[in-house]
Design a protein around this ligand. Structure first.
Ligand SMILES: [Zn+2]
Length: 201
């Protein structure tokens, strides 16, 4: 569509130019060497644009459209990001969500169509030591064997809300990928959270 618009403009200018040739005030076109009117920005003979300063030069039109397109894309994505998670962001309050206690439980669950599987549940209490309320808290869990070697890890989120200068209990579940008897110790910490003032999701 951009290309066809430019061609239309070029053709129109080309025809108009031919009828306006003035014998007294002429220059030679650097592209086709024909004599053309001195003020011409578009050669009426070969159709070449002679000045980048022309508003209707294809490079100028395409540049303006690209700047506009990327500007709009950036504005729209920023707008939706702020709807979901408005500032201030958790990055500015890193470490303000702290686990004061947690414990790990193994639960045996029925696995369809037949059999059993073990699942890890971690329950605990998080405190919020900053003036911003958070939700969608994301946890990183690391699991270690008896020698302290990491054998499994999981990132999991929980959708509870924790008010400013308050604490909240939580529970997250993890499906183990190493043999059950290798899990000797674990660590869990908060990686990020969203500001509760966001109203999407
Ligand atoms: Zn020319």
């Amino acid at each position: 569509m951009v290309a066809s618009v430019i061609i239309l403009i070029s053709n129109k200018r080309g025809r108009l130019g031919k009828t306006n040739v003035n014998a007294e005030n002429q220059k030679s076109c650097p592209f086709c060497a024909e004599m053309i009117p001195a003020p011409a920005k578009l050669c009426p003979r070969c159709g070449q644009w002679l000045s980048l300063g022309s508003f209707r030069h294809p490079v100028v039109i395409i540049s303006v459209m690209l700047v506009f397109f990327f500007g709009m894309a950036f504005a729209i994505s920023t707008f939706f990001t702020r709807l979901v998670n408005p500032p201030p962001y958790y990055d500015e309050y890193l470490g303000s969500l702290k686990l004061v206690e947690s414990r790990l439980n193994w639960i045996e669950r029925d696995k369809q169509p037949s059999g059993k599987e073990n699942q890890i549940y971690i329950t605990g209490i998080v405190t919020n030591q900053c003036p911003v309320a958070w939700r969608n808290i994301e946890f990183e869990c690391r699991f270690f064997d008896r020698n302290g070697k990491m054998i499994d890890a999981a990132n999991t989120s929980s959708y509870f809300t924790i008010q400013a200068h308050d604490s909240s209990a939580f529970r997250v579940s993890v499906l183990p990928t190493a043999p059950t008897n290798q899990y000797a110790a674990y660590k869990i910490f908060v990686t990020t959270a969203r500001n509760v003032k966001g109203w999407l999701f």
